[in-house]
Design a protein around this ligand. Sequence first.
Ligand code: NAD
Length: 355
Amino acid sequence: MQTWLVTGGAGFIGGNFVIGALAAGTELRIVNLDALTYAGNVHTLAGLKNDPRHVFVAGDIGDRALVNRLLGEYQPTAIINFAAESHVDRSIDGPAAFIQTNVVGTLSLLEASRDYWRALPESQRGAFRFLHVSTDEVYGSLGDSGAFTEETPYAPNSPYSASKAASDHLVRAFQHTYGLPTLTTNCSNNYGPYQFPEKLIPLIIQKALAGDPLPVYGDGRNIRDWLYVGDHCLAIRRVLAAGRVGETYNIGGDAERENIAVVKTLCALLDARRPRADGRPRESQITYVADRPGHDRRYAIDASKLKRELDWAPTLSFEKGIADTVDWYLDNAAWTRQVLDGSYRLERIGQGVVA
Ligand code: NAD
């Protein structure tokens, strides 16, 4: 039986990761530490309510006493750090929260992990892993060609990506200085179930269904490399199982799309499934708005190291993944409503303590 401490497991990717890892039926227990910010949502974890393998704890990665208690009590074999402030627009409005969680919080988690790891019996120390989940945004913006590799110099352009870059550097330093067995993954844009409806894809789905204007930044031609969240989660499990200590792995979907193309795809999928009452195409709702300050033009990931060393590849094409995603949001409209009205009650989940 393995125990993993997962942070940020009530968020979009962390939630999908927890659900997927426990569904895989491995001998696994997950202690899920999440501060339940606006982006964390207990409804995502409702299916695990009676699963004794899931222990939910409401709390902050920066709370040393709490993290020390969890490490001592549950003796995890791995820590997987998803917890973060993650929305670029919010980082432009208020960078401080990003520094607090992504930098100060990650540092505190690293220090607690280092002390815990050092005190492990020799026989368990070698197998312990600290896996840090990061983003391709740390590499900055690309021109018309090329793709980010693990050797691309960091050049973060937003307060969000700067805070993630700082946390990546701290993880690297803890491996180099103290020998903590770390792994870092840098992934491209994710999409799929349980994503907070401020991010492009769930935002457009929700507004398109409501008949609202569909806001598209600038000329809509910014390019992102899209990956289905389930494939990201599978990649993280591969890296955790077989990644080389101290290495970083880029994760991407080989699915570069202009934002405007993503929005038009969503409109077409929704028109086919739920035509507007007046029969007009939802593309008519598209409205161009003033560009995000410092908006990176293009991201693309070269994931060949992960494919070569760990035999990982995305299982879903963008076309299949995006259609499945639209179907999920149509079938789970209650989830979006609960998230948006923010009135959900904190409940006991699994054996967890919810403060
Ligand atoms: P999210 O915003 O949906 O979820 C973040 C979760 O972390 C929330 O549940 C929140 O409550 C929790 N959290 C925030 N501050 C915390 C704290 N101080 N202590 C404990 N929990 C805290 O984010 P996401 O999209 O799921 O991203 C997860 C991770 O993956 C982040 O580190 C992000 O940088 C990275 N990432 C995201 C993407 C993407 O496309 N969404 C792509 C690459 C990497």
